[in-house]
Every structure is written in structure tokens, then in C-alpha cells.
Design a protein around this ligand. Structure first.
Ligand code: C5P
Length: 278
């Protein structure tokens, strides 16, 4: 039996702007992704036999056909029919519905494991071209580090690693539904705009990792009034904060204690070279 264990890190969006509506109903985005040190661990075991199975440390996680890690194995088999039995075990730490990309990152870790086990079958370019079918964030998690994304966030340009910054992630009890937050955007918030461009954003973020903003913030507060109250209390307390993706995680820069009603996790930016490190 062969097995490989890789980290599936969380991400945050250091900047997220809406550039308009696409013909497929999705919103065109401009974003800067950053991997974080907080991660799930994904183990891929290859055995004689056939078939796919997925298990998880979290007994409430659905490991059936809709599980993204399982769909990643299906994608590997579609790109090259793997004759072996493949079992994936997910050691879950990242919350679902937190805007940290946990499910997408697990799926990308399965694809990276496929590349590590069978580099000729699964070159990274081939995986990058196919990964967007699993979810808009999955191609980014094949690369990690810091990256600029356009369209659904899947037209990627790698950026230089930013200096290591300490972060505090606030994890409210509620989770936010991405479609619900997008649906709460006002017409002016979803109107067409020009992209700032990778060069400008990379320069601004290197000078100040807090220089970005997240266009989904007001929509998140409208869809989830409790999130709006959390934002107001953080601003009133003088914190610099940023919503992760469509929420519910809120990022504070630096090391802070958790406010009432929030779990908090202290972490830091994870550079590309440490993408897989468990
Ligand atoms: O990417 P994901 O499948 O999680 O997106 C869920 C929903 O969020 C989409 O069906 C769409 O309603 C909305 N969305 C969007 N534009 C994006 C990403 C998500 O409108 N770029």
C-alpha cells in the first residue's frame, strides 16, 4: 500500500472586488488569495483492488458522492482511469461555511496527492485546467501562497509571497451561505468596474496587508444581521478587520483575544513552499 499525507490549508481573500455579472450568472471577481497556516490534513491511500472510499475525523461530514474530496478522486479517474483502489481520509480542522475554503482545499490536496503519486498521469497544468469544475477556489489551492484571481477567481496569476503576518481568525457560531450573501448584493455593489490589476494589488499588499477590502462585507451584514453587529463592535473597538470570502470568518491582523460569542484561532500567512507541510 502506498500512502501520502498532505496539508489542506485554509485561505483568505486579502482583497475581493466584484467586476460585474457573467453570462453564466456568476459574478466576475478580482481577488487576492492567501493560504494560511491553519489546515486540514488529507491522507490518500492507494491499495490493490478498485473503487473509491472517503472517511473523515468529523462524523457529521457527508463522505458520499457530493463530498468534494471524493469528486476530486472521480476527476483523477476521469483524467486517467486509475485502476487502483483509492481511500481518502480527511482529518478535519477547518469549519464548513466559514469562507476559508476548507472543502475546496481538501479537494485540491487530493489532486496534489494524485500528482505526487503519479506525476506523469497528472501533470499540474492538466490538473489546473480541470480543477475549476470542482469549484472556483480549487485551482488556487493547487498553487497556494499568494495569487491574483480574475473571473470566478480561477484565472490565476502567482504573486510573490508576502512577508509572514500573524492573524487572528474569529469564527462566529453561525455559518454564511455563499449564494445568500451574493444574492444580498445591491445593484451598485454588483455593477461593472475595472480591475485594479495584479501589479497594483501586489504592490499595495506588500506595503500594507490591510490595504485590501471585501465587496461582500455589506451584503453579508444585510443577509446576516448578527454579522453586521459583529462588524460594528470590531470597528467600535478600533480593530482593523477583513471578512474572509463570503463569511462568516473575520480576520484580525495581529494576535487578539476572542470577543464574546466567537471562537478564535491564531494563525499566519503560509508561503507557497510550505503548501503541503502538515
Ligand atoms: O463557488 P460556489 O459554488 O460556492 O458559489 C455558490 C454561489 O455563489 C453561486 O451559485 C452563485 O450564486 C454565487 N457566486 C457568484 N459569483 C461567484 C461565486 C459565487 O455569484 N464568483
Amino acid at each position: 500500500m502506498e500512502s501520502i499525507r498532505l496539508a489542506a490549508p485554509a485561505k483568505c481573500n486579502l482583497h475581493l472586488e466584484i467586476l460585474g455579472r457573467r453570462s453564466d450568472g456568476y459574478h466576475a471577481l478580482e481577488t487576492v488569495f492567501q493560504t494560511l497556516d491553519w489546515a486540514d490534513a488529507v491522507e490518500v491511500r492507494v491499495k490493490p483492488g478498485s473503487g473509491t472510499s472517503v472517511s473523515a475525523s468529523d462524523p457529521t461530514l457527508d463522505c458520499g458522492p457530493s463530498n468534494l474530496a471524493r469528486r476530486a478522486v472521480d476527476l483523477l479517474r476521469e483524467l486517467w482511469p486509475a485502476p487502483e483502489r483509492i481511500h481518502v481520509h480527511l482529518d478535519k480542522h477547518l469549519p464548513a461555511g466559514g469562507g476559508l475554503g476548507g472543502g475546496s482545499s481538501d479537494a485540491a490536496a487530493v489532486l496534489r496527492a494524485g500528482h505526487r503519486l503519479w506525476p506523469e498521469r497528472y501533470p499540474i497544468d492538466r490538473l489546473l485546467a480541470a480543477a475549476g469544475r470542482l469549484g472556483a477556489d480549487v485551482p488556487f489551492f493547487l498553487l497556494g501562497g499568494t495569487a491574483h484571481g480574475l473571473e470566478r477567481g480561477d484565472r490565476l496569476t502567482l504573486l510573490d509571497d508576502l512577508p509572514r503576518h500573524e492573524l487572528t481568525l474569529l469564527l462566529p457560531e453561525l455559518s454564511c451561505s455563499t449564494p445568500r450573501v451574493f444574492a444580498a448584493l445591491r445593484p451598485d455593489e454588483r455593477a461593472s468596474r475595472e480591475a485594479a490589476g495584479a501589479t497594483v494589488l501586489a504592490r499595495n499588499l506588500a506595503a500594507d496587508p490591510l490595504s485590501g477590502s471585501n465587496r461582500l462585507t455589506a451584503a453579508c451584514a444585510r443577509a446576516y444581521p448578527a454579522m453586521g453587529r459583529l462588524f460594528d463592535s470590531l470597528t467600535a473597538a478600533g480593530h482593523a478587520w477583513l471578512l474572509a470570502g463570503s463569511g462568516s470568518t473575520v480576520i484580525l491582523f495581529g494576535h487578539h483575544p476572542a470577543p464574546a460569542g466567537c471562537r478564535c484561532v491564531h494563525t499566519a500567512f503560509r508561503p507557497r513552499a510550505r503548501l503541503d507541510a502538515t
